[in-house]
Write a protein that binds this ligand. Structure first.
Ligand code: ADP
Ligand code: MG
Ligand code: MG
Length: 881
């Protein structure tokens, strides 16, 4: 237990983020109502199942006595009632994911006294809120049942919003809510404020394990055992008439990153009315007009906070009869575009340096900015406008509830979730949807805040949109109806909604990065910021960044994005498709020499153009890797064809030869079969042709004065003897070619480390390899013994659900297992051969969450697909500061 004025912002582990923020603001002298914090330690004790920690309630009672002293009010005293809020707040911000109960301490006696003093409306509004929140949070009555009563009463009395309900109606509502609670639970709201408080604290503890809190933690990678703190804070009342109100604001624009205070304000409302979007709030500029002194005071506090935290802050505030109170602050969630802009503008303002700015953004955010936007040229007219709450361009089929969003997404459909407003219960639907639109709510509504955090396209407050989830239809003015399943496009950057599927085009960031634009020459502040931070990341990073690329077009794209070479040129594309027959002819010995000559000629042309594009940079050519199986006809089809032919008496020698060869090489598990270095050993002619072509291309280009730097890479090696045999053969071919041209040539030869046995015998391999490239896709498959193609559908999804694996090991490198093999092979390899080159070229090399591991393991470079290159450059830079 800690009083707010005793803590500070470094204590988030114990006090939760909200408690630490409140404590820090108290220390800064900001107007924070007094209160105290029940620490996360108490919650953890409670969560461990040992019941309530000894003495907890006694400590809370003592803290309440102190709070009464400081507030000059008394808990449960009708003459001078103290009400409190009981608020969750974990170490890491989980906005709206846990519970809060407001107005604790209200009861019949307090309400009656307030009515007597002429504050009937305030009294019943606060009372019905307590019954509603206590009923839902402590007693487990479904929130929708309260909302239904409220909606019904609004209709009955012709009130447009809750704010228009008068005292008598609110009194009826309070009674109705209490009846509902009694009907559902058999108990009434306790009249004893102590009991209210005690049970509210425990309910907040319990909300740590609520379903949406668990979902959110799984998504954000927050540990499940941290627990929440409980903040008990004196209530201040925004619902106390016209000169009262509540608001949410940011020290800068969290959507675009533009400087200047930004936010929403609702007169005569309690805080959760602003976030829930049940009424449309006014802009802060409107507050400035109505209450200039108050707005000025708020602006001063916001400046203090931003200077103190040296970053964008968001703030919850309440005005009670003209007096300003700050109720919460934290580092503000921001869109990816805003993150870059704010980081760099804080550097311009001299608040932070470039290294720190680099830590304020990440590769996942950059990835979103590289996503395409809608084509500006298609001339389509929007169906409707709303608020640009979270940037992005997305299309999908309209759905009107979270459950349908999740179900349809599971079927592989892209969906756009449309709601009147969203609540924390919709979180699963938000995770599933491509975009979310709401008919109500502002830029700080629940939908807007969550979407920005997720990088999800979002438009809120769509004008004229009426969403009817029960009827599964939305309508717009002018008789436009949009039934469930209608395809729409949502532009979160402009706030526009379109019918149908709009065409997308590359993002401005992507264009600027690939043009190599200089930051100074760019007008757009976000683009300028991305370029600035990429340049700084390049300066800092130790990891090289190469591309996985095969064609000259891909190679050119890779260079434009900043690749320092090709780390993986797969060669199978040269032999798949129609050219598959060339391999078949070799296997069936049907003019084998002719087929080999064709393969070599093809390879010569392709290698030549690729090397030309990559002049001055290394190009790592991986020899033929896929199973032979993939180049051969389907055994069943061929057998049927042969049987039919035999029946008709047309079975010829060619068909018979094809059938017997296909049978001969048939494998029941080709991914663990004749592929990679094994193919090179059993059927060496194809790879010989590839090596000869690469050597010929190199000699010819060098003679013509080009600086080309090819390297060879052998896939799927398990044992050093495979490597030495392959290496001997390749070196002989290279030497032959060189000799024929009266020159000398040495091509570096490396190994793909993608089998556990290769990692285990890395010292031996290193003696015969110029470099290792970790093929972490295959290494993950073979370490876990599971196939990437089947695992997800059949059991990985279940594993994640059950918490057996936290993330998909094919997406984010499994550091404990696969990572241990990589680290060991890197260490042993370097010991055996100092200066051994080390790279990685699987999917993980382009995954922002895996790059830190590769950097710590001391790899020289990562090789990823060209569009990922900026992401890897940025992450590699971040890892180095
Ligand atoms: P969340 O973490 O979901 O934002 P909070 O604990 O911040 O939950 O509280 C929910 C709402 O109640 C917020 O709008 C907050 O500003 C308001 N609130 C919390 N404590 C008080 C208080 N002591 N007086 C007035 N309003 C409060
Ligand atoms: Mg809050
Ligand atoms: Mg592989």
């Amino acid at each position: 237990m800690l009083e707010l004025h005793e803590g500070d912002r470094t204590m988030a582990g114990l006090l939760g983020g909200k408690g630490a923020g409140l404590a820090e603001m108290s220390r800064l002298g900001l107007p924070v109502p007094p209160g105290f914090v029940v620490t996360t330690e108490a919650c953890r004790a409670w969560l461990s199942g040992d019941g309530e920690p000894d003495g907890l309630w006694g400590q809370i009672e003592a803290a309440m006595v102190d709070l009464e002293r400081r507030s000059g009010l008394r808990f449960g005293d009708p003459a001078a009632p103290l009400l409190v809020s009981v608020r969750s707040g974990a170490r890491f911000s989980m906005p709206g994911m846990m519970e809060t109960v407001l107005d604790v301490g209200m009861n019949d006696a307090v309400a009656a006294a307030l009515v007597e003093r002429g504050e009937a409306r305030f009294a019943w509004d606060s009372y019905r809120r307590l019954v509603q929140m206590y009923g839902r949070t402590v007693l487990g009555v479904a929130g929708a049942l309260f909302d239904d009563q409220l909606t019904l009463l609004r209709h009955e009395t012709g009130a447009a919003t809750d704010a228009d309900l008068d005292a008598a109606t609110l009194e009826r509502l309070t009674a109705g809510f209490r009846r509902l609670v009694v009907e559902r639970t058999g108990e009434d709201l306790p009249q004893d404020p102590g009991e209210q408080l005690h049970r509210a604290v425990i309910a907040v503890f319990a909300s740590w394990n609520g379903e949406r809190a668990r979902l959110y933690r799984a998504h954000e990678g927050i540990a499940d055992d941290l627990g929440t703190a409980v903040n008990v804070v004196q209530m201040v009342f925004g619902n106390r008439g016209e000169r009262s109100g509540s608001g949410v604001c940011f020290t800068r624009d969290p959507v675009s990153g533009a400087p200047g205070v930004f936010g929403d304000y609702l007169p005569d409302a309690q805080g959760e009315d602003v976030v829930s979007g049940s009424r449309s709030p006014m802009d802060l500029s409107e507050l400035a007009r109505r209450e200039p002194a108050l707005h000025a005071e708020l602006s001063t506090h916001l400046r203090t906070l931003e200077e103190h935290y040296r970053d964008l802050c968001d703030v919850e505030f309440t005005v009670e009869r003209g007096r300003l109170w700050i109720l919460q602050t934290r580092l503000g969630k921001r869109s990816p575009a805003a993150a870059f802009r704010i980081a760099v503008e804080l550097v311009d303002e001299g608040v932070i340096d470039l290294d720190e700015a680099l830590t304020r953004v990440d590769g996942t955010q950059l990835q979103t900015l590289l996503h395409p936007t809608f084509a500006t040229s298609d001339g389509l007219v929007p169906l409707a406008h709303g608020l640009a709450a979270s940037p992005g361009a997305a299309h999908g089929r309209l759905v009107f509830d979270a459950a349908t969003a999740m179900a349809w997404t599971a079927l592989g459909r892209e969906v756009v979730l449309a709601r009147p407003e969203t609540s924390p219960d919709d979180f699963g639907g938000l995770l599933a949807a491509r975009a979310v639109i709401t008919s109500r709510g502002g830029l700080t509504s629940h939908a807007a805040v969550v979407a920005r955090g997720l990088g999800l396209t979002c438009v809120t407050g769509v004008e004229g949109l009426v969403v009817d989830p029960a009827a599964r239809v939305a309508t717009l003015p002018g008789g436009v109806t949009l039934p469930e399943g209608t395809v729409v496009s949502v532009d979160g950057t402009t706030g526009e909604l379109y019918a149908g599927q709009r065409e997308v085009e590359p993002s401005a960031v992507s264009a600027a990065v690939s043009e190599g634009a200089s930051p100074g020459a760019v007008a757009d502040r976000t683009v300028r910021a991305v370029l600035t931070l990429l340049a700084h990341a390049d300066l800092r990073r130790h990891l090289g960044v190469m591309a996985n690329a095969e064609t000259p077009e891909e190679a050119r794209a890779a260079r434009r994005f900043g690749a320092e070479g090709i780390g993986l040129c797969r060669t199978e594309h040269m032999l798949l498709g129609e050219r598959r027959v060339l391999v078949e002819r070799i296997v069936t010995d049907d003019d084998r020499a002719g087929a080999l000559a064709e393969i070599e000629a093809l390879a010569l042309t392709e290698f030549t153009s690729l090397l030309e594009v990559m002049e001055g940079l290394p190009v790592v050519v991986r020899l033929l890797d896929p199973p032979l199986h993939e180049f051969l006809p389907d055994l069943v089809e061929l057998s049927v064809a042969a049987a039919v032919a035999a029946e008709r008496g047309t079975l010829d020698a060619t068909l018979e030869r094809r059938l017997s060869a296909t049978r001969r090489w048939h494998e029941s598990n080709p991914m663990l079969g004749l592929r990679g270095v094994r193919l090179l050993t059993v059927l060496p002619q194809i790879v010989d042709a590839q090596v000869r072509a690469l050597a010929e291309a190199t000699v010819a280009l060098r003679v013509a004065g080009h600086d080309v730097r090819p390297e060879l890479m052998v896939p799927l090696v398990a044992d050093v003897a495979e490597l030495t045999a392959a290496r001997g053969r390749m070196e002989a071919i290279v030497a032959d070619v060189a000799e024929a041209h009266h020159t000398s040539l040495r091509l570096p030869i490396g190994v793909m480390v993608e089998l556990p046995r290769a990692a285990l015998t890395a010292s031996a391999l290193a003696e015969h390899a110029d470099f290792f490239s970790f093929g972490t896709n295959d290494l993950t498959q073979t370490s876990w013994g599971m196939s990437r193609d089947d695992a997800e559908a059949n059991f990985l999804a279940v594993y994640r659900e059950a918490g057996i694996v936290a993330t998909d090991p094919f997406r984010t490198l499994d550091e404990a297992g696969v990572g241990a093999l990589v680290a060991m092979a890197a260490r042993d390899g370097r010991r055996a051969r100092p200066g051994l080159g080390l790279g990685a070229c699987g999917e993980h090399a382009g995954d922002p969450a895996s790059i830190g591991f590769f950097a710590r393991t001391g790899l020289d470079y990562l090789s990823c697909s060209p569009p990922r290159i900026p992401v890897v450059r940025l992450e590699a830079g971040r890892q180095a500061v």
